[in-house]
Design a protein around this ligand. Structure first.
Ligand code: GLN
Length: 192
């Protein structure tokens, strides 16, 4: 199995390192043709406006939408969550989303950089997958708030009552940075 990590901007290097530590082949993706040779894709955290701009400039928006429609698993974290959603609130006027998961996502919904925080969240799906029932340590950096989830979107974890980890079919979305938790279980769940 080869996992691609979108490497336009942001925390892609840490995802590659984490996936490799699990014994998975991980490659940085910057061009549309590279999507043909990956089985799964991670959209990392970073800055969604910049990622959108670069994805547009490198003609990646439609290929990424096609990838999401192909049924191959996708894991979007933080800015990646904003990119994967169907509606961006408080985005830039020229900012694109992929519309892969029916969620409305408010950029910086928890506040500014100084309002970043860490919190333990319960993720039942980890226990169900045999990955233990310890909570997952969520690192939230200028995190978005998922304000609406559409029909068929499963909420896997919440922070302050609002969805923090959701899934629609093969696409999983976290508002936090799992690559910074010192806990590989969400990546294990994703590659498993
Ligand atoms: N607020 C950022 C954005 O709009 C996301 C922050 C993050 O990925 N840590 O893209």
């Amino acid at each position: 199995m080869t996992v691609g990590v979108l490497a336009l901007q942001g925390a892609f290097g840490l995802h590659v390192d984490l996936l490799e530590s699990l014994g998975v082949r991980a490659v940085e993706v910057r061009r549309a043709d590279q999507l043909d040779s990956v089985d799964r894709l991670v959209l990392p955290g970073g800055e969604s406006t910049t990622m959108s701009m670069l994805a547009e400039r490198f003609d990646l928006l439609e290929p990424l939408r096609d990838f999401c429609r192909s049924g191959r698993p996708v894991f979007g974290t933080c800015a990646g969550a904003i990119l994967l959603g169907s509606e961006i609130l408080d985005g830039r006027d020229d900012q694109h989303c992929l519309g892969a998961v029916d969620i409305s996502v408010r950029r910086n919904g928890f506040g500014r950089q100084v309002d970043s925080f860490e919190i333990d969240v319960d993720v039942d799906a980890l226990a169900t997958a045999g990955l233990g029932d310890a909570p997952f340590h969520a690192v939230c950096i200028r995190a978005p708030v998922i304000e609406r989830v559409g029909d068929g979107v499963e909420v896997m974890a919440r922070i302050d009552g609002s969805p923090a980890l959701v899934r629609d079919g093969a696409i999983m979305v976290a508002i936090f940075h799992p690559e910074l938790a010192g806990d590989r279980r969400l990546h294990e769940l994703f590659v498993g």
